[in-house]
Design a protein around this ligand. Structure first.
Ligand SMILES: Cc1cc2nc3c(=O)[nH]c(=O)nc-3n(C[C@H](O)[C@H](O)[C@H](O)COP(=O)(O)O)c2cc1C
Length: 203
């Protein structure tokens, strides 16, 4: 096991499933490809997310390191992301159809796409694969260069792959990779009685 897996293990206030505890977003990737059977499982998991009216607005365009889709997505990334994505074996776009079958706006497209990405990220964790989502890219440029139709919106880019050595990262990123994960306490997030009032079932 990589040293970073230990560093990134969350300090839990309450026990959760080990799968949830094992998901985190690395920047150091090994160049080893992700096996097709794992990609099948990962995207199958996304398929079973909940969505408003079961519209399933999510779509994914997957690039492999070295192919045209990868390099076209890569070109649209913010400089910071280009520092680490270059070594990832898979770079994908998460795309949402923004309209329903009557061509009206589907208000839930972003929410539902997020649920699909969250679900596939957990399946990835189950398979020993790490996903890392990115908002730092030019989504309009990505849509244009990859012929995404006008009523579809590119919301997030993400990598998939196996963990690599933090030492091989750009020096600006090594510290981030070796810093423990942090979260606001659940007691400041979940309320009962009134908004802002700590939930009565919490310690
Ligand atoms: C919508 C979204 C956009 C993000 N954009 C970036 C990004 O552009 N670059 C990056 O390195 N990480 C990005 N992240 C990753 C977050 O920084 C990361 O999920 C957060 O720090 C929590 O860390 P964890 O996923 O390891 O728990 C993004 C995550 C999400 C969900």
């Amino acid at each position: 096991m990589h040293e970073t897996e230990l560093i990134k293990r969350p300090q839990l206030d309450y026990q959760v499933h080990s799968l949830i505890a094992s998901r985190w977003s690395p920047r150091a990737y090994d160049s080893k490809p992700v096996e097709p059977w794992k990609l099948q499982q990962i995207f199958e998991a996304g398929r079973w997310a909940a969505s408003a009216n079961n519209l399933q607005p999510w779509y994914f365009l997957v690039g492999y390191n070295g192919d045209e889709v990868f390099s076209k997505i890569f070109t649209t990334l913010a400089e910071f992301n280009r520092l680490w994505v270059a070594n990832a074996p898979v770079l994908a776009l998460a795309v949402a159809k923004t309209t329903n079958s009557r061509d009206e706006l589907n208000k839930s497209y972003a929410y539902d796409l997020g649920q699909a990405v969250a679900t596939l990220s957990l399946q990835a964790a189950e398979d020993g694969v790490h996903a890392h989502q990115m908002g730092g890219f030019d989504s309009e440029a990505a849509a244009l260069s990859l012929n995404i139709p006008p009523d579809y919106k590119v919301l997030v880019a993400f990598t998939l792959g196996y963990l690599g050595d933090a030492e091989n990262l750009h020096p600006n990123l090594t510290k981030l990779e070796l810093t423990p994960r942090s979260r606001r306490p659940v007691s400041e997030t979940v309320f009962t009685g009134s908004f802002g009032h700590k939930a009565d079932f919490l310690k």
